[in-house]
Design a protein around this ligand. Structure first.
Ligand SMILES: [Zn+2]
Ligand SMILES: [Zn+2]
Length: 275
């Protein structure tokens, strides 16, 4: 861990309220999400084809996740709630974790990993609205499936992202898809490429489709890549290596991301021009 990162961590942890409970934070999130899903399933009657809606809704959700991360969490939009999301992600989460040290060691640090509860509430309202709208056209079962998919997506997001930031262990290393996102997201935390590359946090589908991945390989290869680094895009390697050094971080990384030079921006552009 570099000094820069250590200083940020010490300050951040010292400012966490003594009332904060990491277990309560994660417990309420799962309890609320699972209860909402169970309630929906209990209301459904004789659903058949409606379950197929999971696929298009989940794929659309994957692109929304990518877009939110790229254009809200990493671009300062100076409007009340959007600014808060940017602050929490770029100015805090990304200072706390780098690809040099992307892990937590205590339950108290859950605070820097998980979204606040209000995000789940906003999603429940949005999911409720979209579910209601779907129900008007395709019937109530279809509406419930849309809502269930959106809430499930959120919980997969939180679970996968959490797995990205826990210390290395045999479960996260061996579990397919989880090991993929763990490497994918650790690379995203590299301070040189964090504003541009690896924006998915569940399955790297949109990153593959939009060419914002650090890997050069097909969709299936992307999904089941695991920890493999042999497909890394060559253009990105020197930029990533440079921003791992303490000296570059001290000189050229701000709370709003790296100050990139022309050759580095060109490398990122080139990396983005092929999948
Ligand atoms: Zn992260
Ligand atoms: Zn990010």
């Amino acid at each position: 861990m570099t000094d820069r990162q250590r200083r940020f961590r010490e300050k951040y942890v010292s400012e966490i309220s003594p009332w904060y409970s990491g277990l309560l934070h994660v417990g309420v999130m799962y309890a609320a999400g699972i209860s909402a899903i169970v309630w929906c399933v209990s209301r459904m009657q004789g659903a058949t084809w409606e379950w197929l809606l999971i696929l298009p809704v989940a794929i659309a959700g994957n692109f929304v996740e990518w877009g939110m991360h790229k254009f809200v969490m990493h671009r300062l939009v100076d409007v009340f709630a959007l600014r808060a999301i940017y602050d929490r992600h770029t100015r805090q989460h990304h200072q706390y974790f780098t690809d040099g040290d992307p892990t937590i060691g205590t339950v108290k640090e859950f605070r820097i990993v998980l979204f606040p509860w209000r995000v789940l509430m906003v999603l429940a309202v949005a999911g409720g609205g979209l579910g209601w709208l779907t129900a008007q056209f395709l019937g109530p079962n279809a509406g419930y499936v849309v809502f269930i998919t959106m809430i499930s997506h959120y919980m997969v997001y939180e679970t996968f992202h959490f797995c990205c930031h826990v210390p290395e262990n045999s479960i996260v290393r061996q579990l397919p898809l989880v090991n993929t996102i763990r490497r994918h997201h650790a690379a995203h935390h590299n301070m040189g490429i964090m504003m541009h590359v690896n924006m998915n946090l569940t399955f790297p589908v949109a990153d593959w489709a939009m060419k914002t991945s650090d890997l050069k390989r097909g969709l299936l290869g992307h999904l089941f890549n695991g920890y493999d680094e042999s497909h890394l895009k060559d253009e990105l390697k020197p930029v990533m290596a440079r921003f791992r050094s303490a000296e570059t971080q001290e000189k050229r990384v701000t709370l709003d991301g790296p100050k990139l030079e022309a050759d580095e921006l060109r490398a990122l552009q080139q990396a983005g021009s092929h999948a």
